[in-house]
Ligand binder design. Structure first.
Ligand code: AMP
Length: 209
């Protein structure tokens, strides 16, 4: 049995064609079913659809053999404990700094609100910018508006969320896409099954190029 952990929402939706081409179709719809483990059209594969930030944890501890998660989440988790063999090039967006429209560049120490504490810390440290990082769990856009922070670090896709809140994108930290990750022990113990899935996913990627 192979267990694949997939991030809820957009990543799950965009991962479905990859899974389907490998013969894996969930039997229940996670939007309407309350089941946490989804059986699939393949007897040897099941899916767990979970919060993005939990995917690397499930895979690291072997509760799932493989996972699909955004590079943003994987960077925050720390990469050492997982294999990351494939960029699925789905759910793409940009990790950026953003500030209030026309807010002047801050010269001294800055305050940054984000859920990406680790990534933000190393980004500003690499540039020699002194930054106090304030951890938030959501609604980052609010922080500059109420004086909690000078800027934020968040994912940007269309830019509409920033715009609607009077913010503008500033610096690109990195482009983000979803990756396939594999538990290190499972890669050895279930090598054949995992390699065959990897080959299928790669085929789908090739067709899309
Ligand atoms: P947008 O308004 O299109 O720029 O989208 C920005 C909002 O959607 C932010 O709150 C982001 O955290 C979220 N978002 C955008 N793209 C992604 C993605 N690929 N994965 C997860 N969240 C995303």
């Amino acid at each position: 049995m192979l267990t694949i952990a997939v991030s809820k929402g957009r990543i799950y939706e965009e991962a479905l064609p990859f899974l389907e081409q490998a013969g894996i179709k969930p039997i229940d719809d996670p939007d309407t079913s309350r089941k946490l483990i989804l059986q699939t059209t393949r007897d040897d594969v099941r899916l767990v659809i979970i919060r993005a930030t939990d995917v690397p944890t499930f895979v690291e501890y072997g509760a799932a053999d493989m996972g699909i998660a955004g590079k943003d989440v994987l960077l925050e988790h720390g990469g050492e404990s997982l294999y990351e063999p494939l960029d699925l090039n789905i759910a793409t967006c940009r990790l950026m700094t953003a500030a209030q429209v026309s807010a002047p560049e801050i010269k001294g120490r800055i305050r940054v609100a984000t859920k990406y504490v680790k990534t933000a810390k190393s980004y500003f440290a690499e540039r020699g910018i002194q930054a106090d990082i304030i951890k938030l769990y959501g609604s980052m856009e609010l922080a500059p508006l109420v004086g909690l922070a000078d800027c934020i670090v968040d994912l940007v896709d269309t830019g509409n969320t920033l715009k609607a809140n009077g913010l503008e994108p500033r610096e690109l930290i990195m482009t983000i896409s979803s990756r396939l990750v594999v538990n290190k022990a499972a890669m050895k113990m279930k090598h054949e099954a995992i390699q065959s899935l990897l080959d299928q996913f790669e085929k789908t990627l090739d067709q899309r190029r």
